[in-house]
Design a protein around this ligand. Structure first.
Ligand code: HEM
Length: 424
């Protein structure tokens, strides 16, 4: 296919809900209420009966649930392309994009080699283990100030008032845009990845707003360079023969940092607090044994892995006993892989001090999460500051819990009640 050929067919019918799921192995639906609420038993059923499940819903996709299959598929580059990481077909009204435009839309996550290798290299220095440490103080202070806002009340929404507030502010601080935009970033992420997946009109409108904003931010730095990440990316000189850093590439990277850096981490922080707020024994252990925090964070990541990205096959490939045909979509089900009993002892049991925990919550292969050091830092700060200030809390039934499903799963409404809180 040529570089400029449109590869973005829209089909409004694909968006229609397909009714209740009768058979999870041949007709799964990632928007189904049971799947959103608790996908773990459904993955177990798929793994037992048909480890690479298929559905015709949403334009059709494959869903591998075994660790080895997911890891093998993540290594199938370029056979499985990342230029469409959402399994949902693009809604009507979304402009058609060339292959090149698809790849830089949110590079490096949407890019294949060679574009992938140089766009990823643009980001690596910023996210190196030592480099992210500079955000520790900012993140801890932010967590304290959020808690200051509700500690007197003895209750809050742990998703809306806390988890959701942290990553957008860290990202705004990091890329150098107005921190007052944090709430708008949350709305945009919801429009692009959350509610927007069930509402094509919202998805198109949100994408336009986000890209207009980022284009303006990037263009303003072309005229007026600043001391921030966007300026640094625009003027970066990479020793790579294929590198071609344009404003559009930087807009795509900023788009990814907002979309990939926000609801992923907010989901992980929220799931960790949900776990501690519904499992008092684990909460008590973490309060009494703070040295467990690093291993506990890995178990939160494994058990409640939030991210499932998609691939599109460029050619026919065989994995296990299925043939994935050119043009088919595949969901990289890292969360299901993390519950595979062939790789994890008692995978459906949360073991706060699990010793062997080589999970794939951050993916596997060339696209493995570039922001994992920052994500771990944010999770650690958010959980530690919370349990230091609010060591006694539980998820209450004041209003129903709400989980987001789709390709990024985590709590979106989570009523919390606490009896004792510590002032600063
Ligand atoms: C707990 C939070 C997070 C989780 C679970 C997570 C998970 C993932 C996963 C599974 C992938 C691989 C996707 C694929 O194979 O297609 C990925 C890629 C990526 N993530 Fe994260 N992520 C998190 C937080 C972050 C943060 C905070 C940032 C940066 C601000 C970030 C930036 C990226 C980037 C740039 C990539 C693309 C890497 C590449 O394609 O080479 N992530 N993430």
């Amino acid at each position: 296919m040529s570089e400029s050929a449109p590869v973005n067919p829209s089909n409004a019918e694909m968006w229609l809900p397909g009714g209740p799921v009768e058979d999870w192995t041949t007709d799964y639906d990632i928007r189904d209420d049971a799947y959103v609420e608790n996908p773990v038993p459904i993955w177990a059923e798929m793994r037992d009966k048909c480890p690479i499940a298929h559905t015709d819903r949403l334009g059709g996709s494959w869903n591998p649930t075994r660790f080895d299959d997911v890891r093998e598929m993540a290594g199938l580059v370029p056979e499985l392309s990342s230029r469409q990481v959402l399994v949902m077909p693009p809604p009507a009204g979304m402009p058609e994009m060339s292959r090149y435009e698809q790849q830089i839309a949110a590079a490096p996550i949407t890019a294949d080699p060679p574009i992938h290798s140089w766009t990823r290299r643009m980001l690596l220095p910023t996210f190196a283990p030592k480099a992210v440490l500079r955000y520790t103080e900012f993140t801890e202070e932010l967590c304290h100030s959020l808690i200051d806002g509700f500690i007197e009340k003895g209750e809050c929404d742990g998703a809306v008032d806390y988890s959701q507030q942290i990553p957008p502010r860290v990202i705004a601080h990091m890329i150098g845009v107005d921190p007052g935009m944090a709430d708008t970033f949350v709305e945009w992420v919801n429009g692009v990845l959350g509610e927007g997946l069930n509402d094509p009109e919202l998805r198109v409108r949100t994408r336009d707003e986000l890209l207009t904003y980022l284009n303006d931010e990037v263009n303003s730095r072309l005229e007026d360079p600043r001391e921030d990440l966007l300026t640094e990316l625009l003027h970066m000189e990479l020793d790579h023969p294929e590198a071609n850093i344009t404003p559009a590439v930087v807009v795509g990277i900023a788009n990814l940092l907002i979309v990939a850096g926000i609801d992923t981490t907010w989901s992980s922080i929220g799931s960790a607090l949900w776990h501690l707020g519904t499992n008092p024994a684990d909460l008590q252990r973490l309060v009494d044994e703070p040295e467990l925090m690093a291993v506990a964070v890995e178990e939160f990541l494994r058990f409640y892995s939030p991210v499932t990205m998609a691939r599109v096959a460029e050619q026919d490939v065989e994995v296990g006993d299925v043939c994935i045909h050119a043009g088919d979509k595949v969901l990289m089900n890292f969360p299901a892989a993390n519950h595979d009993p062939e790789h994890f002892e008692n995978p459906d049991e949360f073991i706060i001090d699990r010793a062997r925990n080589r999970h794939v919550a951050f993916g596997s292969g060339i696209h493995r999460c570039a922001g994992s050091n920052l994500a771990r830092l944010e999770m650690t700060a958010a959980i530690q500051v919370w349990i230091d200030r609010i060591p006694n809390f539980h998820v209450s039934d004041r209003e129903p819990m709400k989980w987001a499903g789709g390709q990024v799963r985590g709590p979106r409404i989570m009523p919390m009640t606490f009896t004792a809180g510590t002032k600063r």
